[in-house]
Design a protein around this ligand. Structure first.
Ligand SMILES: [Mg+2]
Length: 444
C-alpha cells in the first residue's frame, strides 16, 4: 500500500459535485490511495480550477444546477489547455442514453451511483496510466522530432558541402556499381549524373590502375581506407588525366565505399612544364646542357662498371656564323631546329641521347657502342643533314653541312668525362681542318 501511495502522490484529481457529501466521500476514499484532491461544487468553478491547476483526471457529476456535467465537459473539451484531461462521469442517471450522451460530449468513462470503491479506483487508475503513457509518448515524440530536425540540418549542410566541393565524390557498392555522385564527378569526367549512376567505377579508371583496384575490391574481408596517388582515370572522350584517389569503407550492413577523386592534372602539368624548362632547350626541344651533364656522368659510370664502350659525337654546323649574317637570326633559328630534329630522327635507340650544348653545337651520346658502330651513325647523321638541302649560298657547297668529332671512352688515356669531351672536340677540329662536312674519330 505504501508503494501505491508513493506512486499516486504526484497525481491530481478534480472532483466536481453539487452535493458536498459526495465530494467528502470520494475525497476520503482517494486520499487514502495517495492522490491529491481538488474539488468544485459547480461547473464554472470546475472549469476555472481545471484550467489553472491542470488535474490529471476529473470526476464529474452530471446533475448540477446552472451548468450540468455534459455542458461542463463540452467546455473543458473545447479548450486547448484542458482538452486532453480525461473526464469520468459519476451519475445516478443510468439509462443507456445518459451514458451515450456522456461519451458523445467527450467523456472517457461513466460510473453509476451508487458506486463501488474498488471499481472507481480501478477505472481511475487505468485512465491515469493511459494518460501518463500518452504524456510520455508525446514527450518522446517531440524529442524525436528535435533529433530528426538536427539530423536533417546536418544532412543539409553535408549535402551543400558535397555538391560544392571541387573533389569528386562517388558512393559505390561492393561490386563498384556507382550509386551516387556529386556534381564535381560529372564535371571531371564529362558524363552527366544520370549516366554515371548507371556505370561501374571501373569504367572511369585507366589501365593498369583498373586491374589493381579490381583486385583490391575482390579481396575478401573488411577493408581499411586506401589511397592511390597519381593514378590515371579517363574522361568520356577517352582522354586520360591524373588524380589522387582514396577509397573509404562506409558503415553499412553491406560493404559500400566512398571514392574521393582529386584532380591533380593542373599541378602535374605545371610540374612537367617546370621540369621541361629546366631540362630542355627552349628552341630545339632537345635536352639542354644540364640534362646532358647528368646523363653523361651516369652513362660514364655505367660504362666503366659494365666495361662497355661509351661513344661520344660532337657536332658543329659548318659556317653557321656566315649563315646568320646572310639570312638573319630568324632563319638561323629555323636552321637550328631543322638540324636538331634531323639528328634526333637519325638516333633510333631509346638509350641514346641528343643534346644541344649551346649555339650551333650538338652532342650525341651512345652507350654500348664501339668504333665501328659510332662511325656508321656519324656518317648517317652527316648525310641526313646534307639531304635536308638547307640553302646556304655563302658557303662553298651552297647548302648547310655539319662536321663531326668522335671519341670512345675506351680510348687509351681516356680516364674522365672531361677527357672524352676533349678528345671528341679535338676530332671535330680535325674534321673542320680537313674541309668540313665530314666526321673524324679521335686517334690516340
Ligand atoms: Mg448532483
Amino acid at each position: 500500500m505504501t508503494e501505491l501511495l508513493t506512486d499516486n502522490q504526484d497525481t491530481k484529481i478534480l472532483i466536481v459535485d453539487d452535493t458536498s457529501a459526495n465530494i467528502s466521500l470520494l475525497t476520503e476514499m482517494l486520499q487514502l490511495k495517495g492522490y491529491q484532491i481538488l474539488a468544485a461544487n459547480d461547473g464554472r468553478r470546475a472549469i476555472k480550477i481545471a484550467t489553472h491547476l491542470l488535474p490529471d483526471l476529473i470526476l464529474l457529476d452530471i446533475m448540477m444546477p446552472d451548468m450540468n456535467g455534459y455542458e461542463t465537459c463540452q467546455i473543458l473539451k473545447s479548450q486547448e489547455q484542458t482538452r486532453n484531461i480525461p473526464v469520468v462521469f459519476i451519475s445516478a442517471k443510468s439509462e443507456i442514453e445518459d451514458v451515450l450522451m456522456g461519451f458523445s460530449v467527450g467523456g472517457a468513462d461513466y460510473i453509476n451511483k451508487p458506486f463501488y470503491e474498488e471499481e472507481v479506483y480501478a477505472r481511475i487508475k487505468s485512465l491515469i496510466s493511459v494518460q501518463q503513457l500518452n504524456k510520455q509518448l508525446s514527450h518522446s515524440e517531440s524529442e524525436l522530432k528535435t533529433v530528426l530536425q538536427k539530423y536533417q540540418q546536418q544532412a543539409d549542410r553535408l549535402e551543400k558541402i558535397v555538391s560544392h566541393i571541387d573533389n569528386g565524390i562517388l558512393e559505390v557498392d561492393a561490386q563498384g556499381n556507382i550509386e551516387f555522385v556529386n556534381p564535381a564527378v560529372s564535371q571531371l569526367f564529362n558524363y552527366n549524373i544520370t549516366e554515371l549512376e548507371g556505370m561501374n567505377l571501373l569504367q572511369l579508371l585507366a589501365e593498369p590502375f583498373a586491374g589493381e583496384y579490381k583486385q583490391y575490391l575482390l579481396e575478401p574481408g573488411s577493408k581499411e581506407e586506401k589511397q592511390f596517388s597519381s593514378i590515371l582515370v579517363k574522361r568520356k572522350d577517352g582522354c586520360e588525366f591524373p588524380v589522387d584517389f582514396s577509397l573509404i569503407t562506409l558503415p553499412a550492413d553491406e560493404p559500400r565505399y566512398l571514392a574521393i577523386i582529386h584532380d591533380i592534372s593542373i599541378h602535374k602539368n605545371r610540374e612537367e612544364k617546370l621540369k621541361d624548362l629546366s631540362y630542355n632547350d627552349s628552341l630545339t626541344k632537345l635536352s639542354n646542357r644540364r640534362r646532358f651533364d647528368e646523363f653523361f656522368h651516369k652513362e660514364w659510370r655505367r660504362s666503366l662498371r659494365n666495361r662497355k664502350p661509351l661513344a661520344f659525337i660532337m657536332i658543329d654546323i659548318d659556317n653557321f656564323k656566315l649563315f646568320n649574317d646572310t639570312y638573319g637570326h630568324k632563319q638561323g633559328d629555323d636552321c637550328l631546329i631543322t638540324i636538331a630534329s634531323t639528328i634526333k630522327n637519325t638516333i633510333k635507340r631509346p638509350g641514346d641521347m641528343v643534346a644541344r650544348l649551346g649555339g650551333e653545337e650538338f652532342v650525341v651520346l651512345l652507350p654500348d657502342t664501339d668504333r665501328e658502330g659510332v662511325m656508321q651513325i656519324a656518317e648517317q647523321i652527316r648525310k641526313a643533314v646534307e639531304q635536308q638541302e638547307i640553302p646556304h649560298y655563302s658557303s662553298a657547297r651552297g647548302i648547310v653541312t655539319i662536321s663531326l668529332g668522335i671519341a670512345i671512352s675506351m680510348d687509351k688515356n681516356c680516364d674522365s668525362t672531361e677527357q672524352l669531351y676533349k678528345n671528341a672536340d679535338q676530332a671535330l677540329y680535325q674534321a673542320k681542318k680537313a674541309g668540313k662536312n665530314q666526321y673524324r674519330i679521335f686517334e690516340c
